[in-house]
Design a protein around this ligand. Sequence first.
Ligand code: FAD
Length: 394
Amino acid sequence: MAKATGALTFDALRPPSPFMTESHRAWRDNLRRFLEREIAPHVTAWDEDGFVPREILKKAADFGLIGAGYPEEYGGWREGFDRFHGIVTSEELSRLGAGGVSAALMVHGIGLPPILAIGDEAMKRRIAPQVLSGAKQISLAITEPDAGSDVANLVTRAERRGDRYIVNGSKLYITGGMTSHWATTAVRTGGPGAGGVSLLLIDLTAPGVTRTPLKKQGWWASDTAQIFFQDVEVPAENLIGVENHGFAGIMMNFNGERLGMASGATASARVCIEEAAAWAQSRKTFGKRLADHQVIRHKIAQMIQRVNATTAYLEHCAWRVQNGETPVADLCLLKVQATETLDFCAREATQILGGAGFMRGSRVERIYREVRVNAIGGGSEEIMRDLAARQLGL
Ligand SMILES: Cc1cc2nc3c(=O)[nH]c(=O)nc-3n(C[C@H](O)[C@H](O)[C@H](O)COP(=O)(O)OP(=O)(O)OC[C@H]3O[C@@H](n4cnc5c(N)ncnc54)[C@H](O)[C@@H]3O)c2cc1C
């Protein structure tokens, strides 16, 4: 694959940002060195093989990637780490062009926060250090066969019996579901609707838990599972937060996930520009470079236009979150903006690469197969628009 140069490299394409300081630049350089050394050379093989070797989780933890942004007392580090360091992390992982590798490494980013936000102290001390040291992995299990977007209608039941809950039901499309040790699991402990939902920490190696791997369009390096619970006994101390108040914890988690997904999608779109521009500058058709055909030049200009606008929106939302706001409507619309931008850029980049874009092993080809999981997972485009509209009083 041709290499990008000048103003069309991944770094040069990022508009100068008033929010990025020396500390963010240092984190980017450090992280990039780690990723280039330990991960980039292997991503194609790992994606094709359908798994990430477990040792890399430990290496990533030792480097500081797994614990970045988490409290020191539970094995993380967050001194001087803000939302923009988080954006840098998503961008550098996305630059690998292998969303499955990022999902496999970073699934704790959705599984652990509810425990730290609403779990009791004993649970935080019991679980977080093992996750942040890379020894164990934790997933988030919300979606069910009959409750995806409609989270409040989930039916997996947890009955309290003395000092335990007995769990029956199933969860679908769970990232890391085959390999994680625990799942932060949404269960019904009360009546219908959001008010009857709790979060329970479930040991996925417990008797009565079975897991089935699912095959996917993309994200091959990340395992995805359907998980079945049959009379699974869960100690009552594994309740995360207050019984029947789990829904707020789920929603809180979504805000962080959506900001992270938006920065990842935007950076993946930038990878598409980098690869397409490099190809357009080297590949010749009809006696001239692709970039010398106006149609192709305009495609690249349009991709840059959309990515720049999305980056500005992303940074504005991150700045508001950094300052203590929870701009739910904007976080929803930002996610839609970012995935539509990714959708457009992945399509146009593949088009510019022609047949080469359809061949396995390039970043653009993988990203093309990852567009839909970004547009559907963590809140689909339709649901995001609807939630934003309702938040805005429509
Ligand atoms: C690779 C992958 C990994 C995932 N990882 C996890 C995970 O780790 N944990 C987890 O809990 N979940 C996970 N998910 C599940 C994901 O969050 C859901 O797929 C998503 O929330 C959508 O739910 P659904 O698939 O059941 O679609 P549905 O809710 O059935 O929706 C189907 C379609 O209808 C649209 N739709 C639904 N309701 C409305 C409406 N009211 N108005 C307009 N349109 C509507 C949706 O936008 C969508 O386009 C993952 C999914 C994938 C693909």
